[in-house]
Design a protein around this ligand. Sequence first.
Ligand code: 1PR
Length: 516
Amino acid sequence: MDGLVSRGYFEPLRKYIASGRPYFGICIGMQVLFQASAESPAHTGLGLIPSNIEEFSRADKSVPHMGWNAVEFLDPAHKANEGLDESLHYYYVHSYRAKYDWTHTESAQWAHSTTQYGQEVFVAAVCKDNVFATQFHPEKSGPAGLKLLAGWLSQPQSGRTSVPPTPPIARPPKPKDGLTKRIVACMDVRSNDDGDLIVTKGDQYDVREKAPSASDIAVTGGLVTRTAGAVRNLGKPVALAERYFSAGADELCLMNITSFRHSPLLDQPMLAVVRAAAEEVFVPLTIGGGIKDTVDPDGTPRSALEVAGAYFRAGADKVSIATEAVYAVERMRERATDGSIGEGDGTSAIETIAHAYGRQAVVVSIDPRRVYVEPDYDGPYNNELVLGKSDGTEKERGKAWWYQCTVKGGRETRLLSVVQLAKGVEKLGAGEIILNSIDRDGTGLGFDIDLIALVRKNVRIPVVASSGAGKPEHFVEVFEKTGAEAALAAGIFHREEVRIQDVKYALSAAKITVRA
Ligand code: 1PR
């Protein structure tokens, strides 16, 4: 609303809509049609729909509502249902919603369809005369969303203004929670030894081949030396992103894994990758690595917010922060004098980006490692000890463990546990956690169920389980045992050992809702 008012668009937009010309609002573009929002009580909306936007209750679910959910038509015979399909899923990402109150006739008449999340039924789309708007993102809803947009764009002007011919009847919807579990394909991107950007994949974060190839043997001054193996090359990032989109991935991640080195914004090659991927991929795209304050080669300082902004404008939907998130929680804990988790000071990357773009746009990627101790250990983090069954080395069998956070892609450990980090970033304003495991990464042994269950029960934001997937059954296991909202894999998809559809068949067979 600030943007609309300061640019002088508020009144022209109201007049435009009143003139009967077509309006298609998406997400916040639907919410501005209402009177006001709890997200920013000091602002007023366009006020066309006489009710307010409120926050989801966290009592029974993770907030933001993030993922693919169904719609239900309020008037099944409605002409404008064309293009929307009750049997398909659409992508939602929001913490605030318009509650569907069918007893409030004036606003309920705007409601075109509803969606259920947890116990709450909210407005999925509004439609009246020339105005159509959706809470979900059609531009990120794969073929289903593109069909809706194409249908709306090809409607004749006369068709739009005459729909609906009579006001729809306000009536209670049938409650139906259609939120699916999400399958995420992740691409770790870095330059190979020739300087080309490639998708690589590590074993416990080591991305170099074990056996050096002929090209890794260097001859200097008659002395033959063997350097480390070549960086594993699993393909080109944009080509792989297109492949996963077509194969039915619900989301994609691109991680710049060498960003712990200097990562200027000027001529950042990852920006071009994101731009090219976003032109072909119509599901949410997360970009991670190097979301931090930086300095361009000409000396221009760039804030993390500017870096994130450049990725959003290039087509990313979410940015993922790892190293800076650890530092921010450490600073927050240092500021607290009473041993509590502490408070943010508004300056961290998580806070500044969440403030500008909303918490749903900020993901924190966590890289924890198991630390084995004796089962009767009584030191720091003993309240987070897991007494599970270790699949580690002989030395680790029969021991207990806790999970320690790392930075710079696992190169440095910090005095922070995974639970402290997860709770800290949630408080700072992160909207989602990608939970990796250095121990499981690339092993194919399955997700670290203990780790994911531990974090899941300590935060109320969505958790993406990551690292270790080796077969479709591992996805069934992680969803059944941990309550994670999404599961991510890399190696098995890159090497084409498992297809995304194989994972979805296994989940459907186990009665876990997925997007077809
Ligand atoms: O610290 O904010 O610049 O972010 C750096 C990002 O790069 C972090 O998200 C970090 O996890 C990632 N990263 C850094 N080094 C590596 C590495 O592999 N050497 N990749 C790395 C981490 C983990 C996942 C992987 C899953 C699934 N890779 O991205 O996709 O473990 O793999 P699997 O299914 O094959 O087991 P910053």
